[in-house]
Design a binder for this molecule. Sequence first.
Ligand SMILES: CC(C)(COP(=O)(O)OP(=O)(O)OC[C@H]1O[C@@H](n2cnc3c(N)ncnc32)[C@H](O)[C@@H]1OP(=O)(O)O)[C@@H](O)C(=O)NCCC(=O)NCCS
Length: 169
Amino acid sequence: MKGEVSPLPRGRCMEKRMLPGSLTIRKMDPQDLEEVVSLSATSPSNPWSKQMFIEEMQHPNASCYVMTSGEPSTASPLGFLCFRNVGDESDLLNIGVHPESRGCGIGKKLMTFYVEECRQRGAKTLYLEVDPRNQPAVRLYLSQAYRKNGVRKNFYQGKFDALLMMRTI
Ligand SMILES: CC(C)(COP(=O)(O)OP(=O)(O)OC[C@H]1O[C@@H](n2cnc3c(N)ncnc32)[C@H](O)[C@@H]1OP(=O)(O)O)[C@@H](O)C(=O)NCCC(=O)NCCS
């Protein structure tokens, strides 16, 4: 049908049965970095190096969190997110879910956590940039009330445009 978008192949959600009610979100710490960097390497347009995560973890306006299942202090991350808040604005810098856990609702849970965290910190306008070719991410953000708000030219690798999205809370 005209205008209809065909569904993309969904994540396999291989760990679905391992996703208990006890999912935990906690601050990222240095011992998470190895897993988080390898997880981020699967991001189509925004893979971060270890150094980039270290800089965010040390930046005064930035916050990085991981989601784990199981015992919080030992379990390895299923997903992560990093954002910066300044005044009443927030910028979501990066979010990722382990490839084998995609399609299980973890991205949505991380976004719910992020929005609530922003609300508590007094943020009113939330921004992000996304590669428009990254349809799982674009759809995740649309499902979270983000709307398209412009284009940043040559944002990725100096040649691919980013879609700027925003929402208010
Ligand atoms: C984008 C990403 C974080 C989504 O995480 P996820 O845990 O798989 O997402 P969820 O299972 O919570 O799905 C939430 C929504 O996202 C969208 N979505 C997720 N995967 C999708 C897919 N393969 N195709 C289309 N839409 C998809 C849907 O709107 C979905 O809602 P629905 O299940 O009610 O339809 C994950 O795919 C990922 O880590 N990608 C690589 C890193 C990345 O691209 N990060 C974004 C940088 S800007």
